[in-house]
Ligand binder design. Structure first.
Ligand code: HEM
Length: 180
């Protein structure tokens, strides 16, 4: 079975516009509903633990993928290895991001604070970029071990840069908010 077959087998494609619209609606709902969500002081330590564990899970998986991408760019790893790493880290990345949103909502985010808005925009960017990353990975998988075009290479580097910028921004803002 080729890498492409393996990557696409058994998966029904959801149109990009549908997933983008769903992510935007979910993000808008989170922003609007966050101030009204019931929270309690008893649940806060649990939510904070889940939040930090989800950073480890999601960001850890993202770092694994981006490190693997860097090794490929430096010629120390082949494309087929990068594609299989990309496939196995999808679940921890999306699970981590989902848990961050659910637990973050329980931490009484102050959506009137510009810093919180910056963080939520970073989270939205991470989610939308993750979708685009999936499409770039599919195109890379189609190459086998052939050289990608400059355009595809540029897209892969841009996707990884946006992902790193988004995750580090959210982590930094979370850290700053927790100091206040
Ligand atoms: C990529 C996604 C995210 C990352 C990497 C992230 C990371 C962090 C980190 C590292 C902290 C510091 C915790 C501490 O030092 O005690 C934090 C705190 C916090 N996060 Fe997130 N977070 C993310 C998404 C979210 C989302 C989506 C929300 C809201 C819905 C949120 C709400 C909060 C709040 C309110 C705090 C402050 C807790 C406090 O006041 O102690 N986070 N986050």
């Amino acid at each position: 079975m080729s890498v492409v077959d393996a990557a696409t087998r058994g998966r029904r494609k959801v149109p990009a516009a549908v997933t983008t619209a769903s992510l935007l609606v979910a993000w808008g709902t989170l922003l609007a509903a966050a101030p009204y969500l019931p929270t309690s002081s008893g649940i806060r330590p649990v939510a904070l633990f889940v939040h930090l564990a989800a950073v480890v899970l999601g960001f850890g998986a993202v770092l694994t993928l981006d490190w693997s991408g860097l090794m490929w760019l430096l010629g120390r790893q082949d494309l087929a290895t990068l594609v299989s790493v990309a496939r196995v880290v999808q679940t921890p990345i999306w699970l981590g991001l989902g848990l961050l949103v659910v637990s973050g909502a329980q931490l009484s985010p102050d959506t009137s604070s510009p810093l919180t808005v910056v963080k939520l925009v970073a989270v939205l960017a991470v989610a939308l970029n993750g979708q685009w990353a999936g499409r770039v990975q599919e195109r890379l998988a189609c190459l086998g071990n052939a050289r990608p075009s400059r355009r595809l290479l540029g897209a892969a580097v841009l996707v990884a840069t946006i992902s790193q910028a988004g995750w580090w921004t959210a982590t930094l803002v979370g850290f700053i908010s927790a100091q206040r």
